[in-house]
Design a protein around this ligand. Structure first.
Ligand SMILES: NC(=O)c1ccc[n+]([C@@H]2O[C@H](COP(=O)([O-])OP(=O)(O)OC[C@H]3O[C@@H](n4cnc5c(N)ncnc54)[C@H](OP(=O)(O)O)[C@@H]3O)[C@@H](O)[C@H]2O)c1
Length: 271
């Protein structure tokens, strides 16, 4: 029971990007608590692997492929009566804003922001009609403090955190009973950060302003993530469960807490 706001159990919950990492772990955790979980994946191969894992773990998830940028895939939401939509799918992209190809940022925003919003609007249509439901956006602490050399990603998460906060206020004004909350994970070891930081070295050739510093930068990134990354998704999955079950979720859920504290301090001191 979530005493903060009261908890609703037995919900129908759809998660995007549940083929790996935080999304997959949240799907199994929510199913274990008795919710009907629809775990959607980027690719058909991920869907098959997830179905096999469900059989192995004897945990019944409904699984299908949902590339959130594909309008036909998104249409699969239309017939569903969702209590909770968890917008978890995302991609990462790094590099300095001084030189990164803006088309890379455009493609990233297409997934992390625009497709996420399009899917949310589809889910909201049903939720507003039924006067209930919750939308969670998996944003990031990178959406609260700018992260140099991760700015393409960081910008998309700033946009998502702003979107979630603004949408929450709009739906409150509508008085439709639909809730919106932000989940802001700190660094967690899923492989996402390593793939994202590596992406820039594929195009940072001798012409890059940072070419002479690239090796130093690489070493620093490896050190920082080794030091900071939580080894398990448990702390953030607990926050996702709390927000999904709450009758009136808070605006923000951050974990691990120590990284949340760092973000608060960084913002106080002007980051
Ligand atoms: N790990 C961290 O430190 C961290 C920190 C802050 C926030 N987050 C956020 O947490 C969420 C989950 O990340 P994660 O760490 O668990 O990494 P992850 O395992 O890579 O999860 C992201 C998932 O989204 C999928 N995806 C990508 N494009 C998609 C699309 N168009 N449609 C549907 N699914 C798509 C990915 O599929 P592919 O693997 O095939 O690309 C992947 O399964 C993301 O929103 C991320 O930004 C993570």
């Amino acid at each position: 029971m979530n005493n903060e706001t009261g908890a609703d159990m037995g919900k129908t919950i759809l998660i995007t990007g549940a083929g790996s990492g935080i999304g997959r772990d949240a799907a199994f955790a929510l199913a274990a608590r008795g919710h009907a979980v629809i775990a959607t994946t980027f690719s058909e191969a991920q869907a098959e692997a997830l179905r096999a894992e469900c059989t192995m773990r004897r945990q019944p998830l409904q699984v299908f492929k949902l590339d959130i940028t594909d309008a036909t895939d998104r249409e699969r939401l239309r017939g569903l009566e969702l209590d909770v939509l968890i917008n978890n799918a995302a991609v990462g992209e790094s590099g300095s804003l001084a030189e990164v190809d803006v088309d890379r940022i455009r493609r990233l925003f297409e997934v992390n922001v625009f497709a996420t919003l399009e899917l949310t609007q589809l889910a909201l249509a049903g939720m507003i009609t039924r006067s209930r439901g919750t939308v969670l956006f998996i944003s990031s602490i990178a959406g609260r403090v700018p992260m140099p050399f991760l700015m393409p990603y960081s910008m998309s998460k700033f946009a998502l955190s702003a979107a979630g906060a603004g949408l929450r206020a709009e739906l409150d004004q509508l008085g439709c009973g639909v809730q919106v909350a932000l989940i802001e994970p700190g660094a967690i070891h899923t492989g996402f950060n390593q793939a994202m930081t590596a992406s820039k070295y594929a195009w940072m050739g001798p012409q890059s302003y940072f070419h002479d510093q690239a090796e130093q930068l690489k070493a620093r990134e490896a050190r920082v993530f080794k030091l900071l990354e939580a080894r398990s998704t448990d702390s953030i999955v607990r926050q996702i469960v709390k927000a999904a079950e709450a009758r009136r979720p808070r605006l923000r859920y951050v974990a691990p807490w120590i990284q949340g504290l760092f973000v608060r301090l960084a913002r106080i001191f002007g980051a």
